[in-house]
Design a protein around this ligand. Structure first.
Ligand code: NPW
Ligand code: ADP
Ligand code: K
Length: 509
């Protein structure tokens, strides 16, 4: 699903109004009806009294319409109408309509005592939406900060948390929502890891709008940032059907170069993930001290053994492998750097480069030019910084990620709570699966294995990356559902890849 900029969203509203011959007020009602539909599924009238704080733009207009609809649906509703500017016409219309109804309605001007939500209140923030044009300041910033500190209330943001710019870094006060209901299309700021604290849980509220194709030409021009949100429906279409006569030869033979003394677990986890993702065969190249560990822990894997007892110093013939995954637990010794250089020089097909292989490339930048086109790089933020330098915020980092992927014809991941996947064609996907339970040793190794397993099966690199990242997060979500986030181990993620495939098959059929 397309991620739209504030400008594109405004253009889409105008296009919808024009194409459908409806008024913008009718479109607002449509958006609010979809929102309240979604809201009422999560919060019942018995969940608590509702306090809706409405600004003067269309976000506030949505708020007044929400108050009217929730009041009619039996919710105990109280409206606070903030007065900090000139009301938009649709805001004024819904302000008038709400005022006529029989529920508490308070006007709030800068300098008035701050309204104090009682314990148990569900506070709906409709102060500012995508029309934010400058940081919140003074009284309104203080109001937001007061509410952020208020305990025992549930904070719900309508469209975006007030104060959060849709397209850039936040600089002023921002409402800290427990739950954000995003209207129509996702805005990029909700995926920045530094904004997770403001967005809370995210629900996308869908309603009928014109085709996004009509607004894709709208600026900001040349902006490089995530432009696609991965959805289950889309990812499900990426999974290849298996033919009855397919066999382990057709599902590909992957080489995994991983593990060193004290870090063989990384190799075991990644190897299991290669086969669990569906590859036909996996061979692991391991140091001598890792041989028995590997064979005993994962008998399905074959092994080639390095001349060195503790680390990888040289990998043999590469011609038989459909792809290679290199890096987990490898260590960063000079002898290993030489082995990596040798692999990158001799192997021409796309491979997966992770962890210490990325650290070695960061230490010896001349290695970067040797990476075969189409390869998948899987840095977490620290590895990303070692490779590409420091950046001020997610927006700057996404730009660097997108430019590097395009310039070098690589698929570059940035692993976070919303992992982004930049492709050589300029698309940057953002992932929507995964959970904090995955912040545990070895889950990155599992991802490397999954990606390697998908490349081995002949998936194009960008497809392997999008499917692999989604599948990995989905497996983590299913594992957390079954076991709890706290209990989760990387092997649980690998063990739920099957359930994740089943879920994708269910969505597709
Ligand atoms: N398709 C959809 O998704 C639909 C979306 N819809 C809704 O429209 C919302 C966007 O509405 P919007 O453009 O009117 O902007 P919104 O944020 O309400 O307010 C702008 C006002 O606030 C002011 N202002 C700005 N910054 C400020 C600051 N720091 N401190 C103080 N004031 C500040 C600004 O002033 P100005 O910049 O002009 O000086 C202007 O007066 C969107 O989020 C969604 O809820 C639906 O209604 C229809 C379908
Ligand atoms: N809060 C979270 N939400 C979603 N995914 C997460 C979260 N925390 C971690 N992950 C995922 O878990 C993986 C961790 O990888 P990495 O940091 O390389 O771990 P390791 O080096 O231990 O294998 C990444 O794929 C990351 O996206
Ligand atoms: K809001």
């Amino acid at each position: 699903m397309q991620i739209l900029s504030g400008q594109q969203l405004r253009a889409l509203d105008e296009m919808t109004v024009h194409e459908e011959g409806i008024t913008s007020l009718e479109l607002m009602e449509r958006a609010v009806t979809a929102f309240t539909g979604s809201f009422c599924k999560q919060f019942r009238p018995s969940s608590g009294p509702i306090l809706i704080v409405c600004g003067t733009g269309n976000n506030g207009g949505d708020g007044f319409a929400t108050a009217r609809q929730l009041h009619r649906a039996g919710y105990n509703t109280h409206v606070v109408a903030a007065e900090f500017g000139k009301r938009s016409p649709d805001n004024q219309a819904n302000f008038n309509a709400a005022k006529r109804l029989d529920f508490p309605f308070t006007l709030l001007r800068a300098g008035n005592p701050f309204p104090k939500p009682a314990p148990g209140v569900i506070l709906i923030d409709a102060l500012l939406g995508t029309g934010l044009s400058r940081p919140l300041e003074g009284y309104w910033a203080e109001l937001i900060e007061r509410w952020n500190e208020t305990e025992d209330i549930t904070r719900v943001a309508l469209d975006v948390p007030s104060g959060l710019p849709a397209d850039g870094p936040a600089t002023g006060a921002v409402f800290m929502a427990d739950h954000t209901f995003v209207l129509g299309y996702p805005k990029v700021a909700i995926f920045a890891p530094e904004n997770a604290v403001y967005v809370g849980e995210m629900s996308l509220v869908k309603f009928k709008l014109s085709s996004v194709r009509t607004v894709l030409h709208v600026g900001p021009e040349g902006d490089i940032r995530p432009n696609q949100m991965l959805t289950e429906g889309y990812v499900a279409t990426l999974v290849k059907k298996r033919g009855n006569s397919d066999h382990k030869g057709t599902f590909g033979h992957a080489l995994l170069v991983a593990g060193s003394f004290g870090k063989m677990g990384a190799a075991v986890i990644a190897a299991r993930a290669v086969l669990r993702a569906g590859a036909g065969l996996v061979t692991c190249h391991v140091p001598r001290s890792g041989y028995e560990i590997m064979q005993i822990s994962f008998p399905e894997a074959m092994c080639t053994v390095d001349a060195h007892w503790y680390q990888t110093t040289g990998v043999g013939d590469l011609s038989q492998y459909a792809t290679i995954g290199i890096g987990p637990g490898l260590g960063t010794e000079q002898l290993t750097a030489a082995a990596l250089r040798d692999v990158l020089t001799r192997y021409a097909k796309p491979l997966v480069i992770d962890a210490d292989a990325l650290n070695l490339i960061a230490q010896s930048p001349s290695l970067f030019a040797l990476i075969p086109k189409g390869s998948i790089l899987t840095p977490h933020p620290k590895e990303f910084e070692r490779l590409f330098g420091k950046t001020a915020d997610s927006f700057a980092r996404w730009r660097v990620q997108g430019e590097a992927a395009k310039r070098n014809e690589l698929v570059i991941l940035l692993k976070t709570n919303h992992t982004t996947i930049a492709t050589p064609t300029g698309k940057i996907y953002v992932n929507t699966t995964g959970n904090p339970g995955m912040g545990t040793a070895g889950t990155g190794d599992a991802l490397t294995g999954i990606l390697t397993g998908l490349l081995a099966q002949g998936y194009e690199p960008a497809t392997a990356a999008t499917l692999g990242v989604y599948l990995h997060g989905l497996a983590g979500d299913l594992a957390a559902e079954a076991l709890s986030q706290e209990f989760l181990l990387a092997e649980d993620v690998v063990n739920h890849v099957g359930a994740a495939y089943q879920e994708l098959a269910r969505v597709r059929n």
